[in-house]
Design a protein around this ligand. Structure first.
Ligand code: ADP
Ligand code: ADP
Ligand code: MG
Length: 660
């Protein structure tokens, strides 16, 4: 067995690898950038080596520094995790050249699957079904248009070097083809330094179903069944499950065989995933799935496979890298029950999935209901440098309904403050009827985006609890009784108070009167509501109109977040003195809502603009964000330049002040 492994990664995957290392007695070495000096993965690993400044290109992508750190710490292997250098054949080659074991397939296998066009040609030759399309070298737009017509619209234009859903355009008609091709090429060139595209048939009613494969250095290859990752937003996975709902046994066999054949064709060793697209317009059929691409690494969603097979995939990786044969043969593997994984992100789903950064002041994650893979703790900063994932919540049950209802309950136990998360969006997806009944497809989230992301108005008891929190009443709740009535506040009863809350930019005035014994009369939005509140050390029970609900509340100085049934509401105190002047001034400035890169500036001083027009585009973490003009007017100043990195709140542009 390997003795010491350096983990060339960060966050939850680094922590997850450390855990298996500990269990097997394999020592681990973490690497970290400036931003990650106090990160959880650094704390958990046996040793840690600093490799550079916060930006990934200067740290986690520096193969020279990583290999040097491995040599200096006496590691005998490097585990690349996922992302970063995990699918870089030059890195795999350099690791081997330094006399270290790369925990993954040989560089040749990574290279063979690195470009989608070459991979498809290879798979076709190996007899694996491939999405009908053109994946040759000719990149002439007229020629490609002809190919698209031959394939039949709609088609998908895909960057051959693509990943993470980038450089992909769905095209409905011949007329729209050339423009879509040009924009896919631009995006691909910017993101991957390679503009070449392939054209694929756009599969109707698409489902993303992938097969986990594993090979060893002795010529054995097995598969560990499928995962369904059809719940996607912008071609990125949101909730994954295993097995796939509605999967006929004949199709499972055919997919498993095709995946093993694909891995054998490139002399595969270690963990890998073959991604297929299936046409589910008439249910899943054994002759309606096609190879999309192979990911030559451990996948983010590998825990659902672990949950249904009982295999620790990282253990298998370490064993295979030590030269051992695969621990199990195909016939020794089987599916037990059902599993789900939800990706908890620091992002504001209700505001167009805006990435959220900042200090995670409070974080409760589910404990008994789910396996939680996380790389952050309360008190950590979510920085703009890396992927904003907070945790993966994984549940298992005897069947799909049981596993999904656990996931739903587990997500309702997520309580974060300081940074907005997508927990409520995920939970709403778990109870969306089509998803809940096992009919996922890659368009499902988009079709239901409104209900999945709408802002829910704060119910009276939620706003009341927030108001009581700001008034100082809740702070006095320390008690040993399991449920003590929240009696009065500031020691006298019959007192009243007025709090001007703000929720999502809207003022919400709340007046309340304590009537003693935990009873309050609250006036908000023209309504009188009687509440009875009792508290335990960690929750509140509020009775309104004869109905009781359990609420949680986190107060972090300037803000209060109230949680109920998987939803949360974030309140601040509105400043009644913030006068008209300030509001007017706010309309004169375009401010960076997130820290990030100024990608495009569409205007120059003097330009006339109209309300809503995009003035600039910022890029942060995984998304682009257009900044609209707050009103009609004329640009006064442009205070930044294209390509500049700015902090949250930086003024980017100003509008000429309007008179009158
Ligand atoms: P990436 O490298 O960005 O992951 P993929 O080729 O794996 O690119 O495609 C990403 C997603 O795009 C898939 O999961 C699927 O939802 C969608 N997709 C890809 N190819 C097709 C296709 N031919 N028809 C319909 N949807 C597709
Ligand atoms: P606005 O739309 O006026 O900016 P929001 O309530 O959406 O007001 O958010 C204000 C700030 O508070 C944002 O920076 C956001 O990231 C943060 N925030 C919003 N919701 C939460 C939450 N549940 N927990 C912690 N911070 C939050
Ligand atoms: Mg993919």
């Amino acid at each position: 067995m390997l003795k010491k492994v350096l983990i060339a990664n960060r966050g939850e995957i680094a922590c997850r690898i450390v855990r298996t290392g500990h269990r097997l007695g394999v020592a681990t070495v973490a690497v970290y950038s400036d931003a990650d000096r106090d990160a959880l993965h650094v704390r958990l690993a046996g040793e840690a080596v600093h490799i550079g400044p916060s930006p990934a290109v200067e740290s986690y992508l520096r193969s020279d520094r990583i290999i040097d750190a491995a040599l200096r710490s006496g590691a005998d292997a490097i585990h690349p995790g996922y992302g970063f250098l995990s699918e870089n054949p030059d890195f795999a080659g350099a690791v081997a050249a330094a006399g270290l074991r790369f925990i993954g397939p040989p560089a040749t296998a990574i290279r063979a699957m690195g470009l989608k066009d070459a991979a498809k040609a290879l798979m076709e030759k190996a007899g694996v079904p491939v999405v009908p399309g053109y994946h040759g070298a000719d990149q002439d737009p007229d020629f490609l248009l002809g190919e698209a017509g031959r394939i039949g619209f709609p088609v998908l234009v895909k960057a051959r070097a693509g990943g993470g859903g980038k450089g992909m355009r769905r095209v409905e008609t011949a007329a729209a083809f050339k423009e879509a091709l040009a924009s896919a090429r631009r995006e691909a060139l910017a993101a991957f330094g390679d503009a070449s595209c392939l054209i694929e048939k756009y599969i109707a009613h698409p489902r993303h179903i992938e097969i986990q494969v594993f090979g060893d250095d002795h010529g054995n290859v097995v598969h560990l069944f499928e995962r369904d990752c059809s719940a996607q937003r912008r071609h990125q996975k949101v909730i994954e499950e295993a097995p796939a709902p509605g999967m006929p046994e004949a199709m499972r066999l055919a997919m498993g065989e095709a995946a093993v054949k694909a891995a054998q064709a490139i002399g595969y060793s270690g963990a890998g995933t073959i991604e297929f697209i299936a046409d589910a317009s008439e249910g899943l059929k054994a002759d309606r799935f096609w190879f999309m691409e192979m990911n030559t690494r451990l996948q983010v969603e590998h825990p659902v496979t672990e949950a249904i097979t009982g295999v620790d995939l990282v253990e298998w990786q370490l064993r295979v890298a030590s030269g051992e044969p695969l621990p199990k043969r195909q016939e020794e593997l089987s599916i037990d029950g059902w599993a789900f994984e939800a990706r908890l992100y620091a992002e504001d789903a209700e505001r167009g999935f805006l990435p959220a950064t900042g200090m995670l002041a409070h974080l409760d994650l589910p404990d008994d209901l789910a396996r939680v893979d996380s790389g952050v703790r309360a008190g950590d900063r979510i920085s703009p440098y890396y992927d904003p994932m907070i945790a993966k919540i994984i549940t298992h049950g005897p069947d799909r309904t049981a596993a999904l209802s656990r996931l739903s309950d587990a997500l309702a136990q997520v309580r974060a403050a300081g940074v907005t998360t997508n927990a409520a969006f995920l939970r709403r997806l778990t109870i969306q009827p089509d998803f809940a009944e096992g009919r996922p497809d890659t368009g499902l989230i988009d079709r239901h985006l409104t209900e999945l992301t709408m802002v829910h108005a704060a119910p009276p008891e939620v706003a009341a609890l927030a108001a009581l929190s700001f008034s100082g009443t809740l702070a006095a709740r320390k008690t040993n009784d399991p449920w003590a009535l929240l009696s009065g506040f500031r020691l006298w009863s019959g007192a009243s108070d007025f709090i001007l809350l703000e929720h999502r930019g809207q003022p919400l005035p709340v007046s309340f009167l304590s009537k003693g014994e935990g009873n309050y009369r609250v006036l908000l939005e023209g309504r009188d509501v009687d509440l009875r509140i009792s508290s335990s050390p960690d929750a509140f029970r509020v009775e309104v109109d004869g109905r009781t609900s359990t609420l949680h509340e986190v107060h972090d100085g300037k803000a209060t977040t109230v949680f109920r049934d998987g939803e949360s509401w974030h309140f601040t105190l509105a400043d009644p003195l913030a006068g008209e002047d300030e509001a007017a001034a706010a309309g004169d400035r375009i401010v960076a809502p997130i820290p990030g890169l100024v990608k495009l500036l569409h205007v120059a001083p003097g330009a006339a603009v109209s309300r809503g027009e995009a003035l600039a585009v910022m890029e942060a973490m995984k998304m682009e964000l257009a900044l609209p003009a707050p009103r009609d007017g004329r640009i006064a100043e442009v205070l930044v330049s294209q390509g500049e990195q700015v902090l949250e709140g930086a003024v980017l542009l100003t509008l000429e002040v309007e008179d009158g």
